[in-house]
Each structure stands twice: as C-alpha cells, then as structure tokens.
Design a protein. Structure first.
Length: 167
C-alpha cells in the first residue's frame, strides 16, 4: 500500500460520546375503577331477613378464596330509602384485578342473576349508605372491630362454611 493509498483510506470516525441513559419511564398507574356493587331485588330475595339471603346469594356465586382481603359492605340502597326502589346492595372493595375476577363470576352466575334488581351490578364511585360487614380473611368473613355479625355477613360466613365442609 502506497502513501497515497494510505491517505485515501477513510479514517475511522471518532467514537460518539456516550449519551446519558434515559430514565426508565414509570409504569402507568393502574386505572382505579372503584368498588363493585351488587343490587338485589328484596322481593326476589324473599323479604324477611333479606340481608341474609343476599349474602348467601353472593357467597354461592363467588368462593371465599377469590375474595381474600376484600371488604364487604351492605345495606338498603338510597333509592330504597327514598321509596323509589326495593333493593338491597352488597358493596365489595379490593384490588381492581380481584374485583374484575369477582365481577366476571357474579355476572356468570344464573342463580344470582335471578335475584338482581334492575340496577344490577355496577362499578365505580356510587354513594350508597352501606355498613361494613367485615373483611374476608382465611376463607371467612371477619367482623370489623367492635361490631357483631350482620345478617348479610352471616349469609356469607355460613355459605362458605357449608361449601368448605362439602369438599
């Protein structure tokens, strides 16, 4: 290789300065869809101790294992208290992922569908005068501190206990 050939040869380009690494983009915050509400027709629940029947209906549709860590609330709907409906509400609070799975189970249960009011199953920020029935822990419903078991809570607890005994 001659001198001119050497000079004609392209010189390698200098290395580009290292660019600072981009900070990792934080994962988008999960979209909070809010609690899950199950509105049941009191007449279809059989009247009387309809809170008990409502708790049983939801507990038959969804095993306790799917609801671990969820809070359960219940009571007559605002519309019922105003006299424009006759419905009882069970509210469920938990992670959106767990609530999504529970909602799918509830919507697929034909026995539960038979007792739903026109309002049906809803998700989100709804203002209903519900009282805390407890939190699902270890396959049962644990009462809130200082509270006794509600009829609705008893419906959940007894139904799940019977299901466990049948295994």
């Amino acid at each position: 290789m001659g001198l001119f050939d050497f000079l004609k040869k392209k010189k390698s380009e200098p290395a580009k300065p290292a660019q600072p690494a981009r900070p990792a983009q934080p994962a988008p915050a999960p979209r909070i869809r809010g609690p899950l509400y199950v509105y049941m027709d009191i007449d279809k629940l059989g009247g009387g101790a309809y809170g008990l029947s409502a708790g049983q209906a939801v507990a038959k549709a969804v095993p306790a294992s799917m609801m671990n860590g969820m809070s359960i609330l219940s009571g007559d709907s605002n519309a019922t208290l105003r006299g424009s409906a006759n419905e009882y509400v069970i509210g469920l609070r938990g992670s959106d992922t767990a609530l999504d799975a529970v909602e799918d189970k509830l919507r697929a249960d034909s026995t539960l569908k038979a007792v739903l009011s026109r309002t049906g199953i809803r998700r989100g920020a709804v203002s209903e005068p519900l009282v805390a029935d407890g939190t699902v822990q270890g396959g049962t419903l644990v009462n809130p501190p200082g509270h006794s078991t509600s009829f609705c809570g008893l419906g959940f607890r007894d139904t799940w206990k019977k299901q466990e005994e049948q295994k």
